[in-house]
Design a protein around this ligand. Structure first.
Ligand SMILES: Nc1ncnc2c1ncn2[C@@H]1O[C@H](COP(=O)(O)OP(=O)(O)OP(=O)(O)O)[C@@H](O)[C@H]1O
Length: 246
C-alpha cells in the first residue's frame, strides 16, 4: 500500500515562493489501477516524481508498505519495487534495446523470447528493434514504447507511467491499453497512470483529478467522468469575471 500524508511541494521562483502541491493526502491500496488526470500544470507529474523520489517534497511523508520512504533515494525505491516511466524518456547511446531489457530485468535471466514478448506487448516487432541502439535514431513514440517495455520487464510491484499515450500511434495505443488491462487483471502490480485518454481512464479502479496542486476530485469512472465533462464545458473563470463586471 502506498500512503501520501500531507504532501507539499514549494519552490522559489523569481516572483517569490510558489506552492506546486498543497497538503495532498492519498492512499493507494495494492493491485489497484489508479489514474491521475486533470488540467495541464495541475501537479500530476510532480506528484508522481515525488512518489518515485525524483523530486523531494518540502513537507509531508510517504509510506510504502508501512515503511517511511520519504528520505529514500530513487535507487532504494527501485529496489523496493517502484518503477517510473518518464513523460519524455531518456535515450541511451551505445545501449541496445536488448541490453536495456536485460538491465531492467535485473537478476532475472531474460531469454530472447521473453524480450520479444515484452516488445510485442507495446506493439513493437522484436526483429526490428532488439539490436537497435536506444539513441536519437529512434522516434519519440518508439522510445516511449521501449521504455514501457523495460518497465514491464522489471515486473515491479508499483509501476508509474507518465502519459504513456504521448506520441503513440492509434494501433500501438490499442495494444498498450490491452497490456495495461492484462497487467491489472493478473493482479500482481499496482499501477499509477498519468493520462488524459478516455480509454485509459476507463480502465481505472479510481480516478484522481489533480488540479491547482490539490486533489480536486477522486472516485470511480462513473462518479468522476460527469465532473470532468462539466469542468471542460465551463468557460474561462477570468473571462467570466470580466463579463460579470460589464
Ligand atoms: N521546480 C519548479 N519550479 C517552478 N515551477 C515548477 C517546478 N516544478 C513544477 N513546476 C510547475 O508546477 C506546475 C505543475 O507541474 P506538473 O508537471 O506537475 O503538472 P502536470 O499536471 O503534470 O501537467 P501536464 O498535464 O502538462 O503534464 C506547473 O505549472 C509547472 O510549471
Amino acid at each position: 500500500m502506498l500512503e501520501l500524508k500531507d504532501i507539499c511541494y514549494r519552490v522559489s521562483t523569481p516572483e517569490g515562493e510558489t506552492d506546486i502541491l498543497n497538503h495532498i493526502d492519498l492512499t493507494i491500496p495494492d493491485h489497484k489501477l489508479v489514474v491521475f488526470t486533470g488540467p495541464n500544470g495541475g501537479g500530476k507529474t510532480t506528484l508522481a516524481k515525488i512518489i518515485m523520489g525524483l523530486v523531494r517534497p518540502t513537507g509531508g511523508q510517504i509510506l510504502y508498505n508501512g515503511r517511511d520512504i520519504t528520505d529514500l533515494s530513487i535507487t532504494d525505491r527501485a529496489r523496493l519495487g517502484i518503477s517510473y516511466g518518464f513523460q519524455q524518456p531518456p535515450r541511451f547511446k551505445g545501449i541496445t534495446v536488448h541490453d536495456l531489457l536485460l538491465l531492467s530485468a535485473g537478476s532475472e535471466k531474460l531469454s530472447k523470447d521473453r524480450c520479444c514478448q515484452y516488445l510485442t506487448r507495446v506493439g513493437l516487432c522484436a526483429n526490428d528493434y532488439l539490436d537497435r541502439e536506444v539513441d536519437v535514431s529512434l522516434s519519440g513514440g518508439e522510445v516511449k514504447r521501449i521504455e514501457i517495455a523495460t518497465i514491464l520487464a522489471r515486473n515491479s510491484q508499483l509501476m508509474i507511467f507518465d502519459e504513456p499515450e504521448a506520441g503513440i500511434d492509434l494501433w500501438s495505443f490499442a495494444r498498450l491499453t490491452e497490456t495495461f488491462e492484462q497487467i491489472h487483471n493478473e493482479g500482481r502490480s499496482t499501477m499509477i497512470i498519468i493520462s488524459h485518454q478516455e480509454r485509459i481512464i476507463q480502465l481505472a479502479d479510481e480516478i484522481i483529478v489533480v488540479s491547482g496542486g490539490a486533489i480536486a476530485h477522486r472516485g470511480t469512472t462513473e462518479e468522476i467522468f460527469p465532473l470532468i465533462l462539466a469542468d471542460t464545458l465551463g468557460s474561462c473563470p477570468v473571462l467570466e469575471k470580466k463579463e460579470a463586471k460589464l
